[in-house]
Design a protein around this ligand. Sequence first.
Ligand code: NDP
Ligand code: 8X3
Length: 250
Amino acid sequence: MTEIGKTERKLAVVTGASSGIGAATAVALHEAGFDLVLGARRLEKLQSLGDPLGALCLELDVTDAASVEAFCSNIPRANVLVNNAGGALGLDKFADSKDADWEHMYDTNVLGLMRVTRGLLPVLEASGAGHIVNIGSIAGREAYPGGAGYNAVKFAVVAITRVLRLELVGKPIRITEVAPGMVETEFSLVRFSGDAERAAKVYAGLTPLSAEDVADAIQWAVTRKPHVNIDEIVIKPIAQASATVAARTI
Ligand code: NDP
Ligand code: 8X3
C-alpha cells in the first residue's frame, strides 16, 4: 500500500475517484504535484487508476458512516479535499418520486459530503493551507422538470458551501464550489439505471464537457495563491445555455 507519511508535497483527497470527474481530478492534481488519497466503492477500478499515480486507494462508501470514519482515520494529513462522490437517480416527475431514489441521492450528495468534510476538517486546518472543493451542479442553480430530487441535493451543496465559507473565514481553509453543466461520464448511465441508449441521448448532437475539462477548473482553483479563494465556478459546454436549453445538430 502507498504510504502517505510526512513529505514536503501537498496531499489531495478525492472522493468518487473511480470514474468521471473524480478520476480526471486525480490525474490533474497528480500532474499539479499533489500526493493523492482516493476513495470509492469499486476498489479495483479505483486502484487501476490510482496505482500508476502512486495514490493511496481506499474503499469508501460515503453513505456509510463507519466507512467514512475508517477512510478518514487513514488520512493523517491533507491540504485539499474534493467532495466529488455523488450523482442522480431517475428523472421522474415529482408526482412519481421514489423515496428510495431521493433517500439515496440525499445520503450520497449531502450526508456523504458532510461526513467526509467533518471527518477531515481537523487535518485540513492543521495543514495551515487547506482547501475544500465541493462538486455541485447547474442543477443546484436552476430547477428543471424531473429534477426535483437531484435539484434539491445540489441546491443543498450550494447552501453547505456558503455556510462553510462563513464558518471558516479566518481559518486557513479555502472553500470552492465547482458547478458543471453537461459532462459525459457514467453520470447518465447511473441516473438511468444502466440504460446506455437513454444515457447517450443526453449528449447527442453536441460536444459536452469532458471530465478533464472540469478537472482543469478544479486544478486551477486549488493552485491559486493561498490568499485567493475562488468561491464558485459554473462551467458548461458552449452548446448548453441552461439545464434545459442546448443547441444540438440533430
Ligand atoms: P460518475 O458516475 O462517472 O462518477 C461518480 C463517482 O462517484 C464514481 O467514482 C462513484 O464511484 C462515486 N460514488 C458514487 N456513490 C458513491 C458512494 N456512495 N461512496 C463513494 N463514492 C461514490 O459521474 P460524474 O463524474 O459525472 O459525477 C461526479 C460528480 O459530479 C457528482 O457529484 C455529480 O453529481 C457531479 N456532476 C456531474 C455532472 C455531469 O453531467 N456528469 C454535472 C454536474 C455535476 P463508485 O461507484 O466506485 O463508488
Ligand atoms: C448534472 C447536470 O443538468 O443533468 O449535474 O443536472 S444536470
